[in-house]
Design a protein around this ligand. Sequence first.
Ligand code: FE
Length: 208
Amino acid sequence: MNQEGDQDRINRELEARVNALESLLIDKSLVDRQALQVILELYETRIGPRNGARVVARPWVDPLFKARLLSTTDEAIASMGYTGRQGEHVVVVENTPQLHNLVVCTLCSCYPWPLLGLPPGWYKSAPYRSRAVIDPRGVLVDFGLHLPADTQIQVWDSNAEVRYLVLPMQPEGTGHLPEAALADLVSRNAMIGTDVVRAPAVRLEASP
Ligand code: FE
């Protein structure tokens, strides 16, 4: 069996064990399935990715930090207090109008945990892992992201040694916003590359 086949088998076995354990805990009323789902959702989309969002928003307001983040990445990230397992060696790839970066782990689900929290289910799925390489533009369309035809897409394959983090482009018209407000605009998917960062919607005031 090839390496990918082995990894798929290991993932399936692990998933079966986790499901069995979860069912047992629920049967014995030790955990509540809905509560568990809420906690997972919180770590996947809210708490975890906020660290990464702060890291990619700072370069937008601090060119010196941007230079550090792109050259001595681990040191720059550690200076913001984000260290730990699965985040030891991060490579930041910068989006430009000409180049859009997309991150995948074709082998399993390598992911910069200290910056993004838990990987979402789709990131671990076989269809995403294979299609991101074969048809990245089609994958982005599935995510609702339609890039200009002349924007090149670069796919980065994370592994046990290197975890990639996308530095999205700062949306136009947000130059006046403070760093914290900019970080609030950054989604998890924008740091994986399946989305971009958008300016906040302009609120239309009702006429008096
Ligand atoms: Fe992996």
